[in-house]
Design a protein around this ligand. Structure first.
Ligand SMILES: Nc1ncnc2c1ncn2[C@@H]1O[C@H](COP(=O)(O)OP(=O)(O)OP(=O)(O)O)[C@@H](O)[C@H]1O
Length: 320
């Protein structure tokens, strides 16, 4: 495996809800190597976004990292001051979201926002920053970058805004891009264009990507390795090929059976019954047992450990 760029160790993140402290990310460990694309998958509420926001130290006010480390390029980001973190964010780690308007400023033009970030992070002059901004806007598919640069975000379509976000993220040459459901809100054609673009950028640079998605089709196309999360924990992790051909955890199998396939025999889609338990209501034993078609009495007795069952293949299930 390539050398680790990001190393998440025993990360635990909590949400302080009135008098209770709810664990939303419960001791997760993973690494991302240079030029690796790691997909973090799981249904809504599994803790994917809380994991990525913990890495970026962008948790909501009620959230807090209660334990563990986020090592990036050798240093622990947990506990860095806001000032220290703001030089990591954008410059070394960039993030794109499902809804670009959450990170675009509606009252500034695209160009103002891009050049501000580029001058701050790369220490170049304003005119150099404009050249870099236009170059990236062209690379993400705007043939007339000088025109787009003068636009305000609300004048652009959702797909255009997402491409602008990607240009902004890429302009400072981050080592890691965190993409949190970047194509979920887009129609399929635009989604394919944005994914193609990210793939192309991966070929052209050394960048690594943490791709957060609930869409296994996107995982198959983009990822080298997959981490499956359930109720704040990792339940299975494997390289992408193993995950699609030899998934072992009943939750991963459930996700695969509930996803339409583009190739091979048409099989009926089987949704996973029930829903992810909310933080604070995790059962004592296996957190998936209530929804698991294979569950036995002992599954409810104690929490299974994440075990290595093959090279780079780990599963949290006592029945495997
Ligand atoms: N601001 C918040 N206040 C309280 N609880 C929250 C907050 N944000 C998230 N949670 C809780 O944290 C848990 C994990 O949520 P998270 O958003 O990380 O899930 P997710 O897998 O990213 O889901 P989605 O795909 O819907 O974003 C859930 O139980 C959720 O209800």
């Amino acid at each position: 495996m390539s050398e680790a760029l990001l190393e998440v160790k025993s990360l635990r993140t909590v949400i302080k809800d009135k008098k209770r402290e709810l664990t939303v990310v419960d001791g997760i460990d993973f690494t991302i190597g240079t030029n690796e694309v790691v997909a973090l998958v799981g249904e809504s509420g599994c803790g994917k976004s809380m994991t990525s926001l913990s890495i970026m130290q962008l948790l909501p006010r009620v959230g807090e990292i209660a334990g563990g480390e986020v090592r990036f390029g050798g240093r622990n980001l947990v506990g860095l001051s806001n000032r220290e973190m703001s030089s990591v964010r954008g410059r070394q780690i960039a993030m794109i979201f499902q809804e670009p308007m959450t990170s675009l400023n509606p009252v500034l033009t695209i160009g103002m926002q891009m050049t501000e970030a580029i001058t701050r992070h790369l220490g170049v002059s304003k005119s150099e920053a404009i050249t870099i901004a236009e170059d990236w806007l062209r690379r993400v598919g705007f043939p007339e970058p000088s025109r787009i640069r003068k636009e305000y975000p609300h004048r652009l379509s959702g797909g255009m805004r997402q491409r602008v976000m990607l240009a902004m993220a890429m302009a400072c040459k981050p080592e890691l891009l965190i993409a949190d459901e970047p194509t979920t809100a887009l129609d399929v054609t635009i989604q394919a264009q944005v994914l193609d673009l990210i793939r192309q950028l991966l070929h052209e640079t050394d960048m690594s990507v943490l791709f957060i998605t609930h869409d296994l089709g996107v995982v198959a196309e983009m990822a080298t390795r997959v981490i499956v999360m359930y109720a704040g924990q990792i339940v299975e992790t494997a390289d992408v090929r193993t995950l699609f051909t030899d998934a072992r955890h009943p939750y991963t199998k459930g996700l695969l059976q509930s996803t339409p396939r583009m190739q091979g025999a048409i099989e009926p889609l089987v949704p996973i019954p029930g829903s992810v338990p909310p933080a604070g209501a995790f059962p004592a034993g296996c957190r998936f047992a209530e929804r698991c078609p294979m569950a036995k009495a002992e599954c409810r007795d104690r929490q299974p450990e994440l075990r290595e069952i093959g090279a780079g293949h780990q599963v949290r299930c006592i029945l495997i």
